[in-house]
Design a protein around this ligand. Structure first.
Ligand SMILES: Nc1ncnc2c1ncn2[C@@H]1O[C@H](COP(=O)(O)OP(=O)(O)OP(=O)(O)O)[C@@H](O)[C@H]1O
Ligand SMILES: [Mg+2]
Length: 339
């Protein structure tokens, strides 16, 4: 099913006009507010992958962590299966984590170096399931390892993280996330720290999980080519603001926001799913402790108009699910005439 055909019923997890400001205490009354995510809306559907792209510091991880209930929102709402998620607690409860799992960039950092594969999987499985004896538990661990191609499972189950390759470690992290039978995987740059030669294997694993297990997935990346390879839809962030989104081919082949165009032009090899991080010169992003008003891209935008400096435009629908927040596409307010 194409993203435009999918219905609201497919939506598992959504961020609805979500904002996150971090308050940093600088001492001597010099407190700072970091405007990390501004009014972001994003929907994750069953059996679909949304790629979230944008350069460093654009708020991708913050948005993923808000979806994972890592910290409270400043404003907006997160809904799981249409139900607003409570935000009064600092951390989400176990029930939430059994449905929404976050996978980090660095598999080594995510694993306890002192604990074996068996320990990592056993702990995750026992937190959310009960087993009739050791044999059943053992069987489930081996099945999980097979599911993510961490094989030969019987040999690797007693290995420690340092005895695994980078790719095997990331497979273990994914297996551990799957142990709780989640509906949503939030994968934060899951291949960026892996050797280029194994990136495609991990992307293919994520793709299989989406297709065969109907998982809803967020895939965060700097790399346009891997977003194109993996995702159904893409959403582009710049300095905390979401600037464009839609079906992946439409956005990448026919970008409408000047920032998306710049990002794609700076992408090293648009045809390769294995490209390294973007190397083009994108210039300096604004300081999020004191972000510019209006569209935050206006300082770098070759088409910036006066209105871009004061007001962030509403979302303009461009057809077939493609949209942008850009004054080049939005209806501008009529100038008031003095009588
Ligand atoms: N816990 C925090 N406290 C204060 N500021 C934070 C915190 N987490 C993130 N930020 C700030 O919020 C902004 C967005 O950061 P975030 O990590 O979400 O960006 P990102 O798009 O994931 O970047 P990268 O591609 O480098 O991972 C940055 O300015 C960052 O310094
Ligand atoms: Mg990040």
């Amino acid at each position: 099913m194409s993203p435009t055909q999918s219905s609201a019923a497919d939506v598992v997890l959504e961020a609805d006009h979500v904002t996150k400001h971090f308050e940093i205490s600088g001492g001597l009354g010099r407190d700072t507010t970091i405007h990390a995510v501004e009014d972001a809306t994003l929907q994750l559907r069953r059996g679909q992958i949304v790629a979230l792209v944008g350069e460093s510091g654009s708020g991708k991880t913050t948005l993923a962590r808000l979806l994972a209930q890592f910290y409270p929102l400043t404003s907006g709402q997160i809904r799981l299966d249409g139900e607003p998620v409570r935000t009064k607690h600092e951390f989400a409860d176990r029930e939430y984590y059994s449905r929404v799992q976050l996978i980090f960039q660095d598999p080594f950092g995510a694993l306890n170096p002192q604990k074996s594969v068996r320990h990592a999987l056993e702990r995750a499985l026992k937190l959310h399931h009960t087993f009739n004896g050791r044999e059943e538990l053992e069987q489930r661990m081996l099945e999980l390892m097979e599911r993510v191609n961490l094989t030969p499972a019987a040999d690797l189950i007693d290995a420690y993280p340092h005895q695994l390759s980078g790719g095997q470690r990331q497979r273990l992290v994914i297996a551990r996330a799957l142990a709780v039978d989640p509906e949503v995987l939030l994968a934060d740059e899951p291949i960026s720290m892996l050797d280029v030669s194994i990136r495609l294997d991990i992307l293919n694993l994520l793709r299989r999980l989406r297709d065969e297990e109907d998982l809803a997935m967020l895939y965060i990346t700097h790399d346009i080519a891997s977003a194109r390879y993996l995702a159904n839809t893409v959403q582009v962030m710049y300095a905390g603001q979401t600037v464009e989104g839609g079906p992946v081919e439409s956005v990448i082949q026919d970008p409408q926001h000047p920032y998306t165009k710049l990002l794609i032009d700076a992408s090293p090899d648009p045809e390769s799913a294995l490209s390294a991080e973007g190397s083009g010169d994108l210039g300096e992003p604004p300081n999020l402790a004191d972000p510019p008003a209006g569209c935050r891209f206006h300082l770098r935008c070759p088409f910036a108009m006066d209105i871009c400096k004061t007001e962030f435009p509403k979302r303009s629908e461009l057809g077939n699910g493609h949209w942008t927040h850009c004054w080049l596409h939005a209806e501008r307010p009529q100038p008031t005439t003095e009588s």
